[in-house]
Design a protein around this ligand. Structure first.
Ligand code: HAM
Length: 438
């Protein structure tokens, strides 16, 4: 039996893999304008990082991580001491914890330094039940800004994400931007108690998971996928009624900056996001796809305590990540075409077998000059070589025949204009570069 890719994973075949490259390039261009630079952290991390950073009571850590005991003896640096032994490693379910770990480990935000603005792209892993737009391995592009708690950081990043969607051709009216504030360690405990008390009153209508959440982490009940729980939680106390003065002021300023930038958003006091590290601003970009749990194409927020959770000094942070696959589905839904990517600009065809060796040398010299080119490798007839050139979507075919070669020339056919021009072989690379850049 043929072996297929594991459930919940997808092959990005060449056309889509090229599009994924374009997606990352566009993100790097847009985020680069805001001062973000790349960082690349390991796909595996100590499980402990996610337990501490994201929270044991979250679905992501409690139910969805791919974790293995490492066969190798690893030296672990935990709490300043080195422990040797077999360690538990997990595939990263998201990028923030790893980036914050790297920032702390390499002291990227020393005291008094400007904020570190970091961006990343790559695969994340969650053992969820696979569905359209929900995979076990999926790709994210994300940013993290560490070292500043000013509301301008939050607003700037949200605006930047919306600029990215715009650059990808996503119409603003096809998305909704939800914002909320999660409060801080001063105001959240009392709010959590209020939600716990409310859930206790409605315990009969809650699912088993939410029953457990009453004790472990009541706020997680806000993103329970069970419809009965969603109905109960819709009337739960609102965090925005419990914010302390500082959090209230911070939230007002973020909203004022978004207003000033002309962004429309919806305040959603039930938006708590699925990860425990958030403080203050949280936000999500959603599309209508009929599925509540897969409607988020991107989201993020502030996490002012995360650096301390992973052993660093107090370092406020803000970030977001967007899901590549869900964004792609949303783009297709609104009719943004999946571009056909042309692999080569030039095809070198030979009229007879005698010209084949020259074709091999000519195509090589074109590539050395930076021209994306190819030739036939299956001894096709000239007619079939033209068909192949057509399939590859090249703009020009360089034809090498006995008469042209005897005169030190080639015939260059413009596939769009249907014209043919003789070009000297010794100047062919320059001529092709000029034609392509026109
Ligand atoms: P998240 O909301 O868990 O946030 O994930 C961000 C995006 O990744 C989602 O909006 C969604 O588009 C995509 N995504 C999540 N899970 C899946 C899945 N199973 N299949 C397909 N796509 C998925 C985070 O990951 C945070 N690290 C964001 C952040 C950065 N917050 C602060 N900094």
């Amino acid at each position: 039996m043929a072996i297929h890719a594991p459930e919940g994973t997808r092959d990005l075949l060449p056309d889509e893999a090229l599009f994924w490259e374009r997606f990352k390039r566009t993100a790097a261009e847009v985020f680069g304008r805001y001062g973000y630079v790349p960082i690349d952290t390991p796909i595996i991390e100590l499980t402990e990082l996610f337990v501490r950073g994201i929270g044991e009571a979250t679905d992501v850590v409690g139910k969805e991580m791919f974790t293995a005991i490492s066969g190798a003896n690893l030296a672990m640096l935990l709490d300043g001491g080195t422990i040797k032994g077999k360690s538990r490693l997990s595939l990263r379910p998201e990028g923030t914890a790893g980036v914050v770990r790297a920032v702390v480990q390499h002291d990227l935000v020393p005291q008094g330094a400007p904020p570190a603005k970091l961006m990343y792209a790559g695969p994340m892993f969650r053992a969820e039940r696979p569905q359209r737009g929900r995979q076990r391995q999926f790709n994210q592009v994300g940013i993290e800004c560490l070292g500043a708690d000013d509301p301008t950081v939050d607003a700037e990043a949200i605006i930047m994400l919306m600029r990215f969607y715009d650059a990808m051709g996503m119409p603003a009216d096809a998305m909704r931007l939800l914002v909320n504030s999660m409060g801080c360690e001063t105001c959240r405990p009392a709010y959590r108690d209020a939600v716990r008390a409310y859930m206790e009153q409605h315990a009969d209508a809650l699912c088993d998971d939410c029953h457990r959440r009453i004790d472990t982490n009541p706020l997680r009940a806000f993103d329970c996928k069970n419809e009965g729980c969603a109905a109960v939680m819709a009337d739960a106390p609102k965090i925005t009624d419990h914010l302390c003065e500082d959090c209230q002021a911070h939230y007002q300023q973020v909203k004022a900056l978004l207003d000033g930038a002309g962004l429309s958003y919806i305040e959603d006091p039930a938006l708590v996001r699925g990860l425990d590290y958030y403080t203050r601003t949280v936000f999500e970009v959603q599309v209508d796809n009929g599925k509540r749990s897969q409607s988020a194409i991107g989201g993020g927020g502030r996490y002012d305590k995360l650096a301390e959770e992973v052993g660093g000094r107090p370092t406020p942070g803000f970030g977001f990540a967007l899901g590549y696959e869900r964004t792609m589905l949303a783009l297709q839904e609104v009719g943004v075409a999946f571009p056909q990517v042309c692999r080569c600009d030039v095809f070198v065809a030979c009229v007879d077998e005698a010209a084949r060796d020259r074709a091999f040398a000519v195509v090589q010299s074109l590539r050395d000059a930076g021209v994306r080119s190819d030739m036939d490798h299956q001894q096709r007839s000239l007619k079939s070589q033209f068909k192949l050139a057509d399939k590859l979507g090249v703009r020009f075919v360089v034809v090498l025949g006995p008469d042209e070669l005897a005169a030190g020339k080639a015939l260059v056919r413009d596939m769009g204009a249907h014209t043919e021009t003789p070009v000297r072989l010794d100047g062919l690379a320059c001529e092709m570069q000029a034609l392509i850049s026109r």
